[in-house]
Design a protein around this ligand. Structure first.
Ligand code: PLP
Length: 362
């Protein structure tokens, strides 16, 4: 690694591609002859308008987003989406949620403030270590949408097949898997992702919403800023947006396009995940925490035989230059987040370290 950087296995904010950081550094003091940094630039300037438009255009190309979907850049990170989804999509006042871990629980708790929530499937019975069967959910006819967290960052599960929503709208929190594999946008009514896991700096979410779901007639209590239509009507420039995040995310979209798009990225991610899971499957000291068929390619939680040994591994790994391997406080153990920007060499180096650690236990 250049510049004395470490392999950062954080669940978010997370690593960004080195090439992108270098480009940003090169443009820091004077963005393309504008005489200023993007951070200093008016969001109404020509230069920034081009940055925003290019970011959207490149994301559209990357995900092959159909023309009847709008792309929005909204502040408030991922968490604001827990409220915006029910505020904007509950017409009949009923949301169906699949409960697969901490992030879907947060979405459920927030949605309950605005309407009725039906938990139509859950994996709480086995500590959220799997994705429940979603082929025949009991969805009331009046339900406004079915909501999933497509990759549970803390628990390390992912949907390898989308739920059967029986004709109802599908809403997905893709925060920790956004742009990690090809995605058929038309399968969804709304996709949102906090960008600090797989794309750029914290504080913003990308929202991809089907145009016909934008509404004028929201309840009076909904703040102007929290109506998706506000952002759609103003090209995400209703107020001063998170210009810096839009700029950095745009760079990452460009980078992904230049490196073969999402098919190529998915292949790289599959390779990295295979290195890690092969190791876990063959280890007698470390154990993966997730049912095999539901494993995430992005977040890999695992444990040793005891809490004390979990902590000892984390300390030894940190000393060896592998950062942020401690599992989330709600589940313990260890977790390696191996997002798009984690190089394969980083995963190989960590696995090598863990193998040696294991060998030294005997
Ligand atoms: C991180 C995360 C969030 C919350 O994002 P913030 O920007 O911190 O609010 C929501 N959902 C998932 C799946 C996440 O990983």
């Amino acid at each position: 690694m250049k510049y004395g950087r470490t392999y950062n296995f954080s669940a978010g904010p997370a690593m960004m591609p080195e090439e992108v950081l270098e480009e940003i550094a090169a443009e820091m003091m004077n963005y393309r002859g504008s005489g200023m940094c993007v951070m200093e630039m008016s969001h109404r300037s020509k230069a920034f308008e081009q940055i925003r438009d290019a970011a959207e255009a490149n994301l559209r190309k990357l995900m092959n987003i159909p023309a009847n979907y709008r792309v929005l850049f909204v502040q408030g990170g991922g968490t604001v989406q827990f409220a915006m989804v029910p505020m904007n999509l509950m017409k009949n006042g009923v949301g169906c949620y699949v409960e697969t871990g901490a992030w879907s629980k947060k979405a459920i708790a927030e949605a309950k403030k605005y309407g009725e929530v039906r938990v139509v499937a859950s994996s709480a019975d086995r500590n959220f270590s799997y994705i429940p069967d979603c082929s025949d959910l009991d969805i009331p006819e009046r339900a406004d949408y079915v909501y999933i967290c497509e990759n549970e960052t803390i628990n390390g599960t992912t949907y390898h097949k989308l739920p059967n929503t029986k004709g109802h709208l599908l809403v997905a929190d893709q925060s920790s898997m956004f742009l990690s594999r090809p995605c058929n946008v038309a399968d969804y009514a709304l996709i949102w992702a906090g960008v600090q896991k797989n794309v750029g700096p914290a504080g913003m979410a990308v929202v991809i919403i089907r145009e016909d779901l934008l509404r004028e007639d929201l309840p009076q209590f909904v703040p102007t800023y929290l109506n998706y239509k506000t952002h759609a009507d103003s090209d995400s420039l209703y107020n001063t947006p998170n210009c810096w995040a839009i700029y950095c995310c745009g760079k990452v979209f460009e980078y992904l396009l230049a490196h073969g798009g999402l098919e190529a990225q998915a292949a790289r991610n599959a390779e990295k995940a295979a290195v890690f899971y092969d190791f876990l499957d063959n280890s007698r000291f470390f154990t993966g925490a997730v049912r095999r068929e539901d494993r995430s390619f992005m977040n890999v939680p695992f444990v040793t035989p005891s809490k004390e040994q979990d902590a000892a591994v984390v300390s030894a790994a940190t000393a060896a230059g592998f950062d942020n391997l401690k599992g989330h406080k709600s589940v313990g153990g260890l977790r390696a987040s191996i997002y798009n920007a984690m190089p394969k060499e980083g995963v190989e180096a960590l696995v090598d370290f863990l193998k040696k650690y294991e060998a030294a236990q005997n």
